[in-house]
Design a protein around this ligand. Structure first.
Ligand code: MG
Length: 161
């Protein structure tokens, strides 16, 4: 069996007047902040997409969904994820698992983790136990700690017979 591993990283700014969408779930930030971006700015799904593309050296999401393309304005990132999963499948690879960690000071993500995993797994054609989503604060350090943004790191493992 052949194996491939990829890693992904993304960060988006927290701003007023935008929804806060993570793992396809709309969350409430205590200050009413949301993530800025051309699409829905779902930083968790973006990091997973980059991990999948990276595993096959296919480039990054900016290549497939450029931020200056009006087609992706306000796009549901879970729909973009489906397209990346299709690219992986077209090349004969299966996804073994993905894992991720979201770096956010607030809101508390723990109550939403199960729903995020279920939504991501469903769009990827996986079981939720193949989709790891973890959350950490940044101990009030750095951009995430100052709530200037939310970032996410992800890895993906692929296999082929
Ligand atoms: Mg992004």
């Amino acid at each position: 069996m052949q194996l491939r591993i990829g890693n992904g990283y993304d960060i988006h700014r927290l701003v007023p007047g935008r929804p806060l969408i993570l793992g396809g779930q709309q969350l409430d930030h205590p200050e009413g902040l949301g993530l800025d971006g051309h699409s829905d700015a779902d930083v968790l799904v973006h990091a997973i997409m980059d991990a999948l593309l990276g595993a096959l050296s296919l480039g990054d999401i900016g290549k497939y969904f450029p931020p200056d393309d009006p087609r992706w304005k306000g796009a549901d990132s879970l729909v973009l994820l489906e397209q990346v999963v299709a690219l992986v499948a077209e090349r004969g690879w299966s996804i073994t698992n993905v894992d991720s960690v979201v770096v956010a000071e607030r809101p508390k993500l723990k109550p939403h983790i199960a729903a995020m995993r279920a939504a991501i797994a469903q769009r990827m054609g996986l079981d939720p136990d193949q989709v790891g989503v973890k959350a950490t604060t940044n101990e009030q350090l750095g951009a995430e700690g100052r709530e200037e943004g939310i970032s996410c790191h992800a890895v993906a493992l692929l296999h082929r017979p």
